[in-house]
Design a protein around this ligand. Structure first.
Ligand code: NAP
Ligand code: NAG
Ligand code: NAG
Ligand code: NAG
Length: 314
């Protein structure tokens, strides 16, 4: 019975892309059920390089108005405090409470190891809340540690153990990782201290989508959350790619919407970042279908990685 129910839930999520208009679940309402049974919104709002109270308040106001309910931050983004303060002010405006939104933050590479628990406590405090919904190891390596040094794997194992404790103590509802390759995940799953990673947040877009990683994540019930879906700040190679532009024209959508829908249609989570109202709104307005032939075209590009690369971290 439970298995049957799970199959139903899974197929309901998978069917979203192909439903008839009347039954369509809007992108803002699409969720993924993690192993904790928490429903994580598939579309979230990225906040890298969005700093300063006025700017944060302004973009979060627009994001909440547009229907975003997941906010992605990290200690290294240096905006946790401003996000906490802005949410205190904005949630009542939208009749929302803490439990209506999802906050993800991340363990900085310089807290990797014994400091991980304290770092989680500090992030929760900066965000002016009692818990975060998801805490990720930002990077498989440790600060100032040579990539080939086996201390990297020892320290991130130590981090994980303390994050498991953080779940038990109610500081975070879920734990996961970011920028992990298959081999990093294999190491973690061999010694997960009782909780497996719920999410792996990685660079993922038509120019860079290592399928072995997705396959491994799916097999192990780890949700892949794509970052830099638009190519990242200051990079227009992806958004101006002629193949993307052509498909966007054909479908009457923007290139950004095509790039985001491409990921969503494969049941991946996304966290686009934007500042303008227009971009913020269109990045969650994703209820259209990319035909199979265009999906194939978007999947056929050569590898071109734009963000930091964990390949050398042991
Ligand atoms: N775990 C990690 O290591 C890691 C690494 C990178 C990112 N991330 C997370 O993922 C989030 C997203 O990634 P990202 O910030 O690298 O970049 P991104 O979402 O790929 O792209 C953001 C850039 O695209 C522009 N943009 C946004 N919407 C647009 C639209 N509809 N049309 C045209 N341009 C648009 C933005 O401009 P404006 O801002 O000027 O609107 C910005 O320059 C980050 O904010 C962060 O939360 C995580
Ligand atoms: C919030 O709730 C109040 C009282 O129920 C209602 O009057 C108001 O319209 C709501 N505002 C929004 C933005 O939903
Ligand atoms: C890191 O280790 C490698 C292999 O031992 C070595 O060749 C390299 O010089 C080291 N890099 C630094 C910055 O110490
Ligand atoms: C690993 O870390 C330990 C403890 O800090 C240190 O004593 C050791 O020298 C490190 N090992 C390497 C190979 O750097």
């Amino acid at each position: 019975m439970i298995v049957f129910y799970l199959v139903l839930v899974t197929s309901a999520i998978i069917a979203v892309g192909s439903r008839a208009e009347a039954e369509v679940v809007l992108a803002k309402d699409m969720n993924y059920k993690l192993s904790s049974n928490d429903l994580m919104p598939l579309v979230g709002f990225g906040t890298y390089q969005i700093q300063g109270y006025d700017l944060i308040r302004d973009v979060l106001d627009k994001a909440l108005a547009s229907g975003y309910r997941l906010i992605d931050t990290a200690k290294v983004y240096r905006n946790e405090e401003d996000i906490g303060r802005a949410l205190k002010e904005l949630l009542p405006k939208y009749n929302l409470t803490r439990k209506d939104i999802w906050i993800t933050t991340k363990l900085s590479p310089d807290d990797q190891g014994p400091s991980a628990y304290k770092a989680l406590q500090e992030s929760v405090k900066k965000l002016d809340t009692d818990y975060v919904d998801l805490y990720l190891i930002h990077w498989p390596g440790a600060y100032k540690t040579n990539a080939s040094n086996t201390n990297n794997s020892r320290l991130r194992d130590e981090s994980w153990k303390l994050m498991v404790q953080g779940v038990k103590d109610g500081l975070t509802k879920n734990i996961g990782v970011s920028n992990y390759l298959v081999r990093h995940l294999e190491q973690l799953l061999a010694n997960d201290h009782g909780i497996k990673p719920a999410v792996n947040q990685v660079e993922w877009h038509p120019h860079y989508h290592p399928e072995d990683l997705l396959e491994y994540c799916r097999k192990n019930n780890i949700l892949l959350q794509a970052y830099s879906s638009l190519g990242g700040s200051g990079n227009t190679d992806l958004i101006k790619d002629p193949k993307v532009v052509e498909i966007a024209k054909k479908l009457g959508k923007s290139p950004a919407q095509v790039l985001l829908r491409w990921a969503l249609q494969q049941n991946l989570a996304i966290i686009p970042k934007a500042r303008s109202k227009h971009h913020i709104e269109e990045n969650i307005d994703l209820n259209f279908n990319i035909p199979e032939e265009d999906m194939q075209t978007l999947n056929s590009f050569s590898t071109n990685k734009y963000s930091w690369d964990p390949a050398t971290i042991v």
